[in-house]
Design a protein around this ligand. Structure first.
Ligand code: NAD
Length: 500
């Protein structure tokens, strides 16, 4: 069944087989049934080297193609994504287990970032800076970097690639993408679309797929031909990646794990808070880097809010991600189910009380119930300090905003955060330098579901990288500072006189 469903979608997307890799097959397992549903062959080292060489040959030409012309290639990709939106979204659901609405949302994000990148292709710009010397111009320009390695996680199997690749492409770089081995078909499908666009625009080699597992990721990290590695994944893997790339003085963009908190104060609008928290904690079965994992709720509103969240949890339909009305699909693997079980056991041991959900469902696939856990003090509850990639929400009662902020900022991760309050003072305190220490801080909006227009990423162990909107494009380019002397003298900077 899984195989037939996937085959139909792959055909619609123009994927005809397991690819031309000569390495191990990367099996795609349907998380909703546990059945194998297709495979993609990994590359051998020799094939990898040949693909990097071909990409670099393209770079020689691509870097000098005017940026708006590069934008046309990305525009064509956006058009193709629009045409294949629902097929690709279904594939995302079938491989990653996220529900249809979220799969469609993920492909929409790809379309949006393509649009953004097309606009950007006419706006790449540098500064002109006042020179201290007469008849001199001091300026900054931005040049393409070269080959960008993009290593992605299973939970956003296509969108994260597009955040990187669409920007990198208009910036004049070529992209080498190693998708997660848990979602190899999504990688193959996006590459099939890229190949069509590249052929039509003479851009073969701008988007290159590197199917593989840890080994292929390591090749990219260690490859001096790849000046930038943009890595999305866990903190543990990111730590290895950062060290390997740094060992050759390469650059990284790190988008690592989060441990996202929501603060709800007594004066909050409970309707907004309940909806945002439920979507944030349960959406994508808690497998978003921005999933809500910790809730700090002020005493006065705690009982009401927790009751309402528990009621919302009980109404969540769990099941096949492509079935109408289903709000939560499966976890990605049996290993993820084990980690869910382990985290709940640790929570109970550390004094937590599971007040809603917490069971593993007796059916094929990796289905669990979203769990709501009443926790003791944050500093006495270490399980909440780590990211468990599953739908578990730890709830802490707090006296006031100061206590909430202290606990909120006490973890090592720093991706997304939110406060629900109608008090301008509290909202501003949350957004102030003494407030949330995360890369994303929202007021009366949840932790998950960022727009592509803003820069996306987090602080501390989340890695400090920024992708997507705002000026994130600068990470894909090299900055050059130039001084032009249009006079007939040679005045030195800092007023230095040298020699005669
Ligand atoms: P993961 O770290 O297991 O794998 C991520 C990628 O790294 C995969 O493609 C994997 O094959 C590759 N990889 C593994 N070992 C490698 C190595 N030594 N060198 C190079 N590459 C290697 O992560 P996952 O389980 O796929 O994804 C979940 C994690 O990703 C969570 O922690 C989540 O928070 C994080 N994530 C972060 C963001 C963000 O933007 N901050 C977005 C999505 C996911």
């Amino acid at each position: 069944m899984s195989r037939e469903r996937v085959q139909a979608v792959l055909e619609a997307l123009g994927v005809t087989g397991p690819g031309d890799g000569a390495g191990e097959p990367l099996q795609s397992i349907d998380p909703a049934s546990g059945e194998a549903q297709g495979s993609v062959r990994a590359l051998t080292r020799a094939q990898y080297d040949a693909r990097v060489a071909a990409a670099l040959r393209r770079f020689e030409e691509w870097r000098s193609r005017p940026a708006p012309k590069r934008g046309e290639v990305v525009r064509a990709l956006g058009v193709l994504l629009r045409e294949h939106k629902y097929a690709l979204a279904d594939l995302v659901s079938l491989e990653s287990g996220k529900i249809r609405a979220e799969g469609v949302g993920e492909v929409q994000e790809m379309i949006d970032i393509c649009d953004f990148a097309v606009g950007l292709s006419r706006q790449l710009h540098g500064l002109t800076i006042a020179s201290e010397r007469p008849r001199h111009r001091l300026m900054e320009q931005w040049h393409p970097l070269g080959a960008v390695g993009i290593v992605t996680a299973f939970n956003f199997p296509v969108a994260v690639w597009s955040w990187n690749a669409s920007l990198a492409a208009v910036c004049g770089d070529v992209c080498l993408w190693k998708p997660s081995p848990l979602t190899p078909l999504c990688g193959a499908a996006v590459q099939a679309l890229c190949d069509r666009v590249s052929e039509e625009h003479g851009a073969q080699g701008v988007f290159t797929l590197v199917p593989g597992g840890v080994e292929a990721g390591t090749w990219l990290c260690d490859d001096p031909r790849v000046p930038l590695v943009s890595f999305t994944g866990s903190i543990a893997t990111g730590t290895t990646v950062a060290a390997r790339v740094a060992a050759r003085l390469g650059r990284t963009i790190l988008e690592l794990g989060g441990n996202n908190g929501v603060i709800v104060l007594d004066d909050a609008d409970p309707d907004l808070a309940v909806r945002a928290i439920t979507f944030g904690a349960v959406g994508t079965a808690g497998q978003r880097c921005t999933s809500t994992r910790r809730l700090f709720v002020q005493r006065g509103i705690a009982c009401t809010l927790i009751d309402r969240i528990a009621a919302a949890y009980r109404s969540v339909r769990i099941g096949d991600p492509l079935e109408g009305g289903v709000l939560m699909g499966p976890l990605i693997t049996r290993g993820a189910v084990d980690r869910y079980r382990g985290a709940l056991a640790a929570a109970r041991e550390q004094g937590g009380k599971v007040i809603c959900g917490g069971r593993i469902l007796e059916r094929p696939g990796n289905f669990v119930e979203p769990a709501l856990v009443l926790a003791p003090r944050h500093d006495a509850f270490p399980i909440a300090w780590e990211e468990t990639f599953a739908p578990i929400l730890y709830v802490f009662e707090v006296a006031d905003l100061d206590e909430a902020l202290r606990a909120h900022n006490a973890v090592t991760q720093g991706l997304s955060s939110a406060i629900f309050t109608d008090s301008m003072r509290s909202a501003e305190q949350f957004l102030s330098p003494a407030g949330s220490d995360c890369g994303i801080a929202n007021v009366n909006a949840g932790t998950s579901g960022a727009e592509i227009g803003g820069a996306f990423g987090g602080e501390k162990e989340t890695g400090g990288g920024r992708e997507s909107g705002s000026d994130a494009w600068k990470a894909y380019m090299r900055r050059q500072t130039s001084t032009i002397n249009w006079g007939r003298d040679l005045p030195l900077a800092q007023g230095i006189t040298f020699g005669t």
